[in-house]
Design a protein around this ligand. Structure first.
Ligand SMILES: [Zn+2]
Length: 301
């Protein structure tokens, strides 16, 4: 059965129509015109793979480039080239990160539920990272591959599942970075290089997937480090970042319900059944029914 006939079959089902409107979201007319211009330009040069022929994907590149179609196209093509050069599809499909458990022990991080809007919530306790241990359990190269595979999982699984669960289009993440104890002294050259490389990948090839980043427990040591780090970041990304001290809770709770915030950050969740909040990738993307619904949605996109 061809994709087109599957599409025709699915369109007859009214329930699917509802999820289709969630998938597509509500399109702004001006944005729609820019997306069409970018789409036609890419199609004219045969540079739009079916996988990326999507309103929201193209819109992310346009937004990142201030709706300049030529610049957005250049950015999009750089992304395609990077995917080819780094074999990103192969990483997404085949990369096995055997050191995952060992990494989690010396570098607490992970997705944990959703924010109040329904976006995935990502939490990282970078201040608690044992860097020498981290470099023993993995390498920068493998860590970057792991990061890419997680980004791919977010695009292909977490966002579609969150969109179904929230009944609206979700294509960005809310993140909390706990920098307690982090400063110039314990952020080594290797760690800085890794941070910069990951920043580069995220802003160049996964633009506009960050909704908001709360940096919490920032002390004077971190603020000195931050002055250096932010020179490597795009102005658009910096606008989405709030650097907060120890009185962060009321600001974070505006975006996240206490039940979705781990107890160690001032919320009420302990994930006691699974050994801790950052260990189990909790969220709508682990619900079998939601995953099924989001796969149907992708077929009719
Ligand atoms: Zn939890």
């Amino acid at each position: 059965m061809s994709f087109r006939s599957i599409e025709q079959l699915l369109r007859r089902n009214s329930k699917i129509k509802i999820s289709q409107s969630i998938a597509n979201g509500i399109h702004d007319q001006k944005e729609e015109r820019s997306v069409q211009a970018l789409r036609e330009s890419l199609l004219a040069t045969n540079q739009l793979p079916e996988k990326f022929d999507d309103h929201h994907v193209l819109l992310r590149f346009l937004r990142m480039r201030g709706f300049n179609v030529i610049k957005a196209k250049e950015m999009f093509l750089n992304m395609l080239k990077w995917r080819e050069d780094c074999a990103v599809d192969t990483i997404a499909k085949d990369f096995k990160f055997e050191e995952f458990d060992a990494l989690k022990r010396c570098y607490p991080h992970g997705f944990h539920g959703v924010d109040r809007f329904g976006r995935p919530l990502y939490i990282e306790r970078i201040g608690s990272v044992d860097l020498s241990k981290l470099m023993q359990v993995t390498s920068i190269d493998r860590y970057i591959k792991y990061h890419i595979s997680e980004q791919e999982k977010t695009l292909s699984l977490r966002y579609p599942a969150c969109s179904v669960a929230a009944k609206k289009h979700i294509s960005s993440t809310t993140a909390i970075l706990d920098v307690k104890g982090l400063g110039m002294n314990n952020f080594s050259k290797a760690a800085r290089e890794m941070f910069i490389e990951i920043q580069k990948i995220d802003s160049n090839y996964y633009p506009e997937t960050l909704h908001q980043l709360y940096i919490i427990n920032a002390g004077s040591g971190f603020r000195a480090l931050w002055k250096v780090l932010k020179t490597f970041m795009e102005a658009r990304t910096l606008k989405k970042i709030q650097v907060l001290g120890t009185n962060y809770l009321s600001t974070v709770l505006e975006a996240v319900e206490p039940s979705n915030l781990p107890e160690f950050l001032g919320g009420t969740c302990t994930c006691s059944a699974t050994g801790g909040c950052l260990l189990q990738d909790k969220g709508p993307w682990t619900d079998a029914g939601i995953i099924r619904a989001s796969k149907v949605r992708l077929l009719i996109r």
